[in-house]
Write a protein that binds this ligand. Structure first.
Ligand code: MN3
Length: 202
């Protein structure tokens, strides 16, 4: 057994023009594949801990010290990317009325949520992720993490995430991260977000 690289749920060019085929190819086949290979290399050193990355990264103190940072980086990298691909859709999807109502109740309006998420994604210095999560009280929160840290490490369940590493956007958007963030909102798979929201609240 080992962690495996999941196929993209659409073609490499399916998200154009928002995300170009070359970026998707490199991002999935090279970057994500490397996280998978490195996560497996770390896990092989400690077969006794199993391969449940979500459980392990939800309790990082349980990870043997000699592979802890490698699993945070590469196990997190695998989970974050496997989730990210599913959060994108070439087809237009609609946010559910339940989630829309909870976003309004939490942030004021959808536009207020979008502004907060955009700020989190824009101001994450260097490499990392912006997130919409469900916290321990079952409430929505916007947050961000550095590097490949998953919100699971803070007891938060991610339901929407945006990769703001330069490798995610630099070929198409160069240094203009805000335009990539803006485009992201056109290709969100709200069906998947809703599925994750229901599961996180259950
Ligand atoms: Mn990435």
């Amino acid at each position: 057994m080992a962690i495996t690289l999941p196929d993209l749920p659409y073609a490499y060019d399916a998200l154009e023009p928002q995300i170009d085929a070359e970026t998707m190819t490199l991002h999935h086949d090279k970057h994500h594949a490397t996280y998978v290979a490195n996560a497996n290399a770390a896990l092989e050193k400690h077969p006794e801990i199993g391969e449940d990355l979500e459980a392990l990264l939800s309790d990082v103190d349980s990870i043997p010290a000699d592979i802890r940072q490698a699993l945070i980086n590469n196990g997190g990298g695998h989970l974050n990317h496997a989730l990210f691909w599913e959060l994108l859709s070439p087809e237009k999807t609609e946010i559910s009325s339940e989630l829309a109502a909870d976003i309004d109740a939490t942030f004021g309006s959808f536009d207020d949520f979008k502004e907060k998420f955009t700020t989190a994604a824009t101001t994450r210095f260097g490499s990392g992720w912006a997130w919409l999560v469900v916290n321990k009280d079952g409430k929505l929160e916007v947050t961000s993490t550095p590097n490949q840290d998953t919100p699971l490490m803070d007891g938060l369940k991610p339901i929407l995430g945006l990769d703001v590493w330069e490798h995610a956007y630099y070929l198409n958007y160069r240094n203009v991260r805000p335009n990539y963030i803006k485009a992201f909102f056109d290709i969100i798979n709200w069906n998947k977000v809703d599925e994750l929201y229901k599961a996180a609240k259950a």
